[in-house]
Design a protein around this ligand. Sequence first.
Ligand code: NAP
Length: 258
Amino acid sequence: MQGLGTVGFIGVGAIATAMTDGLLAGDDGPSRVVLSPRGARNAAQLSARHRHVSVAASNQEVAAGADILVLSVLPGQLHDAVAGLRLHDGQVLVSVLAGVSLHEIREALDTDLPIVRTIPLPPVAQRGAVTVMTEAPGVVTQMFDLLGGCLPVPDEAQLSVFSAMTGSFTGLLQYVATLSRWAGTQGVPVADAERFIRDAVAGLAPGLRDSQTSMDQLIRAHETPGGLNEQLRREFFDDRTTAALQSALDNLLHVVTR
Ligand SMILES: NC(=O)c1ccc[n+]([C@@H]2O[C@H](COP(=O)([O-])OP(=O)(O)OC[C@H]3O[C@@H](n4cnc5c(N)ncnc54)[C@H](OP(=O)(O)O)[C@@H]3O)[C@@H](O)[C@H]2O)c1
């Protein structure tokens, strides 16, 4: 198998840090990772943590050295970050920017090189999350296979649906927080309720990670017919709340497809 060569990151924030840690978590990763100077604190910490990491003097230096060039700035920072960048043949571009189309990226960079849109998640730091991506050359799927696997989608419209779903994570946490706050209204110390419910919810992780078990099977496995869990699930997720959640997701889809 061909090696990954050098992976460069323009923008060293949360997700570039997670990807770098994941890529260098074994000796099967890229031969080198080159980081942009912006995101200086993260870049310095990563280069202290991993001997194959270096920090470039400019975004152009990252682009010049990278076989795979990852664009990992915030969407509004793209144009500044890539202004005047010179790319070279054989290079592949990977964008992690939410809601920025292939067309917009191609225009910003003025290039015909292959560009792949991806949705990496923070657990890639532990090589523990599948990454959704548009059509990708082998070297890119090889990189994301290391980070937890690839989930290819046929087009950007489907990628956007996954992107909208990424907006639901803190809502899930808010659901958990609401449970312990409710316990507080009943006289239970919120900290005790939180400890209890966080352990219980974290205990659901192995089942969630087992891709052989469907969500319906998981739900059935965790509830007794006619029991407390079934009662709350049916009462809370009635037609109205289910429609409200779906409508909020529709709104997110609108935001990411603009
Ligand atoms: N975080 C996630 O879980 C996640 C998941 C999937 C996709 N994404 C996408 O990943 C992208 C980055 O998200 P993030 O959470 O990692 O953001 P972040 O932590 O804010 O990182 C953005 C980085 O870009 C740097 N930057 C700003 N302007 C730059 C420039 N002109 N040249 C080079 N670097 C520049 C910033 O440096 P300074 O600190 O010096 O300003 C910072 O290091 C976003 O587009 C987001 O949609 C994020």
